[in-house]
Structures are given as structure tokens and as C-alpha cells.
Design a protein around this ligand. Structure first.
Ligand SMILES: CC(C)(COP(=O)(O)OP(=O)(O)OC[C@H]1O[C@@H](n2cnc3c(N)ncnc32)[C@H](O)[C@@H]1OP(=O)(O)O)[C@@H](O)C(=O)NCCC(=O)NCCS
Length: 154
């Protein structure tokens, strides 16, 4: 059950305590249920990403990261919210923050590889599905994309 307290969104610089907590959360939510761990390739990829986390009462309860693909396109990755905090708009706050950050930094398009079953979350945020289902991390995904509109960073 969500707490009702305001959840704050912070940048989580590589090797900060926030980043390490977010990494643990990613492993617990996105990798272990699939029998996987965060790979060395993923850790190397992390060095090229911008990381954000949602914090409730000092604890990281959600995370997302952004990887520039080229000058116009960002790849939104590792979207995860702890189970007790789901359906309380934490994921929405993370996506909105990521999009505002991306637009303010001059990016025009956000893409994500949505897990089949979670694509509805992205469609609710204005993403459209592009292309066929593909497998990643052993499970089916679909590509979703959205044009970014420049807004003020909150
Ligand atoms: C997907 C996830 C990040 C959503 O976070 P959340 O904080 O629970 O989502 P929100 O409360 O912000 O939901 C916003 C809207 O999306 C909808 N939504 C959330 N998860 C959804 C899902 N899996 N499928 C369809 N719609 C979903 C909500 O119902 C809500 O709709 P509304 O605006 O009509 O009320 C979270 O459920 C999660 O971490 N899941 C496990 C990991 C995962 O699948 N990550 C995505 C990898 S691509």
C-alpha cells in the first residue's frame, strides 16, 4: 500500500548511494524474477546513462534511466517501482520527469522497450507501439515511442 507521502524524484549519479540503491531495486524487480542478475554489459551501459530515482521517506522506491542513442533520441530503460508503492503514480512521476529532462536537454524522441504486459503503462503516457514483438532478457517486449515536447523542469 502506498504511503500517501510526497515521493521526491532525484538524479542518482553513477556510484552515488542513490544509484547503488536504485541498482539493487532494479536487480530485485527486473532481473531476479527472471532468474537473471545485472550483467557487466549492463553496468558498462550504465556509465552512459542518466539515472533518476523516486525516494519515499529516505528509501528508493522507484527508478528509471536514460541512454542517449543519438542527438535526438533517448532510450528510457530500467523502469521499476517497488510493489508496495505501485499504482500510486510513482512510475508516472518518473516518466514525466525523464521526459521533461530529455526535452530540456534538447532530445526530441523517447523510446522504450516495454515488457509485454507493461506496455499499457506507456500507452497511458502517450507512447505508441512501433513494430513487432521481440525478446529481450528472455521475455517478450514491444518498442514504444513518443515525441517529446519542451516543458519547464519542475
Ligand atoms: C510498470 C510500473 C513501472 C508502473 O508504475 P506505477 O507507479 O505502478 O504506475 P502508475 O501508478 O504511475 O500508473 C499510471 C497509469 O498506468 C497504468 N498502469 C500501470 N502499470 C500498468 C501495466 N502494467 N499495464 C497497464 N497499465 C498500467 C495505471 O493503471 C495508471 O492508469 P490510470 O492513469 O488510468 O490510472 C510498475 O508497475 C512496475 O515497476 N512493474 C514491474 C516492473 C516493470 O514491468 N517495469 C516496466 C519494464 S518495461
Amino acid at each position: 500500500m502506498a504511503s500517501g507521502r510526497p515521493v521526491l524524484i532525484f538524479e542518482a549519479p553513477l556510484d552515488s548511494c542513490l544509484y547503488r540503491d536504485a541498482l539493487r531495486l532494479r536487480e530485485k524487480i527486473l532481473r531476479r524474477p527472471l532468474g537473471l542478475t545485472v550483467s557487466n554489459e549492463e553496468l558498462a551501459d550504465d556509465t552512459m546513462r542518466q539515472h533518476f530515482c523516486a525516494v519515499d521517506c529516505g528509501a528508493v522506491v522507484g527508478t528509471v534511466s536514460l541512454r542517449p542513442l543519438d542527438e535526438t533520441t533517448l532510450h528510457l530503460k530500467q523502469m521499476a517501482v517497488t510493489e508496495p508503492m505501485r499504482s500510486a503514480r510513482v512510475g508516472s512521476r518518473l516518466v514525466n520527469h525523464a521526459e521533461r529532462w530529455g526535452a530540456a536537454a534538447g532530445f526530441r524522441v523517447m523510446i522504450a522497450h516495454a515488457r509485454v504486459g507493461a506496455e499499457g503503462f506507456y500507452l497511458k503516457h502517450g507512447y505508441v507501439q512501433a513494430g513487432e514483438t521481440f525478446f529481450e532478457q528472455t521475455i517478450p517486449h514491444v518498442l514504444v515511442r513518443k515525441l517529446l515536447v519542451r516543458k519547464r523542469l519542475l
